[in-house]
Design a protein around this ligand. Structure first.
Ligand code: T1G
Length: 703
């Protein structure tokens, strides 16, 4: 039966089994159930030892994240663990799957720990803006040593069973049919050998004499790695307490630090990001159980940077991919780029050469129009078009796909700006057409905007979302509009960033404010990385098309016109040392901006950090509100996930809409109104949804 903690006896051993799918999270029901089961075991006179194990695919994966932010309910986990640790009968924690967070902390409180091969053990709380709050910062250093405990707790990364055994975190790795079998076997050994129990709390040899300067040095190292984050440093404080205070006082210190982290906005943002990444896959309005079409073979049209990266995504999960292009040279270039990408992964120990070879054999280059490529198109379950952004060319390709692809094949376009409805209209099967907007580099970036066109069938959308999960992407459903969700909001941020430089800020000042906010790079460094020519071409096309939201020719266009495309030409908004990637301010750009201001009669003025942050980010929030009103994104959560996984919005801020709620919509609305009065522009006209929510004292989260 699901959702129970049960006690039973196997011979001379009592067995406590937690069965709360999907990950046996330590909800209040589990915590209470554990205490009851432990009592049953202690009262069972025939049970001389106890085994703690779980049903399902994993040992306990931690506290129940969904309880965070709500009033704590007894019994708290630390008390449950203390009862297991004080048990007069030896308790063997039998681990499999992922023993994480509170789950590992519970195991550390048991007398012994045994794991199946391949088990992962970790304390990932820091990834949620927390720290191990149930004794992990006090017991792990005593078992694994201070330095390793600091590394595990501040990184949140797990170790596998073999390393855990080596470190002293567990007592044995046993290759048994189940964790229960391993636990029972080990318990019998303990009883037969009358093995003494030494609780972690009593093992001080590995923390005694710790050099007190270790913590300051570790904080120094940490500072270089984790900008803006709060909880990693509290993790160090807690581990330091393990080395400087008696155990019980260390637990108290840990609890106080945990509660401090629990109260931080970063914890709220990171939990929103964690749960949101899973919630976003549940598409509103898509009937549960919508069937998924087959995904056995794929054809990618266009062997450019995107096409090659997209092909890798499928080969990486064992799906054969035919990569088509009209030019042999493009195919050769793409093959070389794909091989280089895999070799890079091998150098980082993220791939073996055998895996690379098997993936390379799955990617078959083919010249368009040849028999083999026609056959590949006719047989493919999914075809992804990834040629350059030209609607006429894309429509021609889709008309041809309509003629050659088998019925039921999914016809996907990787367009980043064009109208997917117009592309679908080139076929007689618009219900099979969907947008799959990958982000460059497609084999790296996790975001995949799944564009539902007017006639896209439910099962095509469901298949696209399932495909996203299978290739390790965060698939987010979006509607059809220019730039969909991410690029449409990016356009507003870019507009403001460019204007702020016109008005007196330097590009490096704008970038510094946004990297200080938590972005990995500022808009101008990002432009240099992507290539100024890319944005320039898009802005030119929008101007030619008379798009009402297009920008006049900007100083950024002037740079592109002069051949300064960014990193790929050694100079763009910044200059770069030969082979270098560090953006260096360039006096030539300053001069060009000066000239551009003069030509437009602009007298430069000082621009504050606050104005830069508000104009760049509130323009995005206001556009996000419009996107929600238009139904292009169904939920604020979708926008948050797009910006975290596609544009580096800091996860600890939860995404633009979650962050806006934390800032407070009335204040944002007032600022937007101020910018509209001062600067004009339709994009500063307050979105009616923003006005309504602010007036009602509600937030985007209330939608
Ligand atoms: N609490 C509640 N729900 C959880 C959960 C958790 N800890 N972990 C996963 N889920 C849900 C998840 O939302 C999804 O729900 C389903 O389980 C499958 O997850 C006191 C305070 C375990 C490696 O940080 O890393 O302990 O979408 O899709 O890819 O010191 O889940 O099906 O409705 O991710 O196989 C510390 C977080 C908590 C582990 C499995 N623990 N979880 O990955 O499945 S804080 C964590 C994971 C803590 C103590 C502190 C992964 C996984 P739904 P999934 P998966």
């Amino acid at each position: 039966m699901n959702n129970e903690v049960r006690y039973a006896r196997e011979g001379r051993t009592g067995v406590i089994t937690v069965n709360f799918p999907p990950v046996n999270a330590l909800s209040v029901a589990v915590r209470a159930g554990l205490l009851e089961a432990l009592e049953a075991g202690l009262e069972d006179a025939d049970a001389e030892a106890l085994v703690l194990t779980t049903a399902g695919r994993t040992f306990i994966a931690g506290a129940d994240i969904r309880e965070f932010g709500k009033p704590p309910q007894s019994p708290i986990l630390g008390d449950v663990i203390a009862r297991f640790e004080a048990s007069p009968k030896p308790v063997v924690a039998a681990l499999h799957g992922t023993a994480l967070g509170g789950g590992l902390e519970l195991a550390l409180g048991c007398a012994f720990r045994v794991a199946l091969p391949g088990t992962k053990l970790g304390l990932p709380e820091v990834k949620l803006g927390l720290l191990p709050g149930a004794g992990g910062t006090q017991r792990l250093p005593r078992l694994a040593g201070v330095r390793k405990a600091l590394e595990m707790i501040t990184s949140g990364d797990p170790v596998d069973a073999a390393e855990a055994l080596e470190l002293g975190i567990i007592d044995a790795v046993m290759d048994a049919p189940s964790a229960l079998e391993a636990g029972l076997h080990f318990a019998r050994q303990v009883l037969a050998e009358k093995r003494p129990v030494r609780p972690a709390r009593e093992r001080s040899e590995r923390i005694a004499g710790t050099d007190p300067t270790l913590f300051a040095a570790f904080r120094e190292e940490l500072g270089a790695r984790v900008r803006n984050l709060f909880s990693p440093f509290r993790c160090v404080d807690a581990v330091e307490a393990a080395c400087t205070l008696p155990f019980e006082d260390g637990l108290k210190r840990e609890r106080a630090l945990f509660l401090e982290c629990m109260a931080s906005p970063q914890r709220a943002g990171l939990i929103h990001a964690f749960l949101g990444e899973r919630e976003v896959a549940k598409v509103p309005g898509l009937p549960a159980g919508t069937p998924i079409r087959p995904l056995r073979s794929v054809a990618v049209i266009g062997a450019g940077t995107m096409g090659g990266g997209i092909a890798m995504c499928f080969a990486n999960i064992g799906i054969p991919v035919t990569l088509l292009d009209s030019g042999r040279e493009a195919l050769d270039k793409s093959e070389a780029a794909i091989r280089r990408a895999y070799e890079g992964m091998i150098r980082k120990d993220r791939l073996t050469s055998v895996e690379m070879d098997s993936r390379l054999t799955l990617i078959r280059p083919a010249l368009s129009g040849q028999a083999d490529s026609e056959q590949a198109l006719a047989e493919a379950d999914v075809i992804v078009e990834a040629v350059f952004e030209d609607l006429v060319v894309k429509r021609e390709i889709f008309a041809r796909l309509d003629a050659v692809c088998k019925p039921g094949a999914i016809l996907a376009t990787n367009t980043s700006t064009l109208d997917v409805n117009a592309i679908a209209a080139a076929t007689h099967r618009p219900q099979d057409v969907v947008g799959l907007h990958f982000f460059s580099p497609a084999n790296v970036m996790r975001l995949l905007e799944v564009v539902r066109a007017e006639h896209t069938a439910d099962d095509v959308l469901a298949t696209a979302m399932a495909l996203a999960k299978r290739i390790g992407k965060v698939g987010v459903p979006v509607g059809v509009c220019y730039g969909f969700v991410g690029n449409r909001m990016l356009h507003q941020r870019g507009r403001e960033a460019i204007a702020l430089v016109d008005e007196g800020a330097s590009p490096q000042h704008v970038d510094a404010v946004l990297t200080g906010f938590g972005f990995p790079m500022g808009p101008f460094a990002m432009n240099d990385l992507a290539g100024l020519d890319v944005g320039w071409r898009i802005r030119e096309e929008r101007r030619k098309a008379g798009d009402s939201d297009s920008l006049p020719v900007t100083w950024l266009d002037r740079l592109a016109e002069g051949g300064r495309f960014g990193q790929k030409t050694g100079a763009g908004v910044y200059r770069y040392e030969p082979g270098g990637h560090t953006p260096l301010p360039d006096p030539a750009v300053e001069a060009l901006v000066e000239e551009h201001r003069h030509a437009r009669g602009i007298t430069p003025r000082p621009v504050s950090d606050q104005e830069i942050q508000e104009r760049c980010l509130y323009a995005m929030v206001n556009e996000g509100a419009r996107i929600l009103e238009e139904g292009i994104a169904a939920r604020p959560l979708d926008i948050d996930m797009i910006w975290i996984h596609g544009y580096g919005f800091p996860a600890y801020r939860g995404g633009p809409m979650f962050w806006a709620d934390q800032v407070g919509l009335p204040g944002i609305l007032e600022a937007v109104r101020g910018f509209h009065d001062r600067l004009g522009g339709t994009h500063w006209r307050p979105a009616p949804l923003l006005e309504r929510l602010a007036a009602e004292g509600r937030g985007f989260r209330d939608l």
